[in-house]
Design a protein around this ligand. Structure first.
Ligand code: 13P
Length: 200
């Protein structure tokens, strides 16, 4: 099977799993993979339900938005993905989720603190907040690029979450750990003042 077809299948299967895990809601959230050697981005289509999504629905674009293959339009956040791959070309996959606990932190502009060892180990440290920008614009990506420096993910203020990785499984795992850290942080705050862990 060629690489593009294999990635179409992996993106579709992982997006459905992320939907089941409630990392995505409705048709929101998006997932991409980057083939650096061919300078191609494969990305979920905009406004298509994850339950009905099939590998042929994945859209192949150039980083400037030119559509190479696909019967749907790419995710409305394709510029976010393209800006991050431009700044960090070593990345192979990006998840943009609206996972509820982490997005709650983004809504109050609070980073997810390093209260768990996983936050250092899987995410590289505190999950920072990227400044708000109008969804769908290049500015969303430019702000995320700053917040992602030396990190596996960041929050997008009043919007959602970005998780990145060398491949789809790594970006997915980081999206899961961002949500898990936010959930535990949320519960901890009901009990008292969270204690920050010193560096690994
Ligand atoms: P689409 O990928 O369906 O365009 O969703 C947009 C989105 O999640 C905005 O944050």
């Amino acid at each position: 099977m060629d690489r593009i077809q294999a990635l179409r299948e992996e993106i579709t299967a992982t997006a459905k799993q992320a939907f089941e895990q409630k990392l995505f809601a409705g048709t929101s959230g998006n997932l991409s993979a980057y083939i650096k050697e061919e300078n191609l981005i494969l990305i979920t289509p905009t406004c298509v339900r994850y339950e009905t999504m099939v590998p042929e629905d994945i859209v192949v674009i150039r980083p400037d938005g030119e559509k190479v293959e696909g019967h749907y339009e790419p995710s409305s956040e394709w510029r976010l993905h393209a800006a991050i791959y431009k700044a960090y070309p070593e990345l192979g996959s990006i998840f943009h989720t609206h996972s509820p606990y982490a997005t709650a932190f983004a809504v109050v502009h609070q980073p997810i603190e390093t209260t768990l060892i996983e936050t250092y180990f899987f995410l590289g440290g505190e999950v920072r907040c990227a400044e708000y920008a109008t969804p769908g614009t290049w500015a969303v990506g430019e702000n995320a690029v700053l917040a992602l420096k030396d990190r596996g993910g960041c929050l997008l203020n009043n919007h959602g979450v970005v998780a990145v990785g060398k491949d789809i499984p790594e970006a997915h795992l980081r999206a899961e750990y961002i949500e898990d850290a936010a959930k535990i942080g949320f519960f901890a705050r009901q009990l008292g003042e969270p204690v920050i862990l010193p560096k690994l």
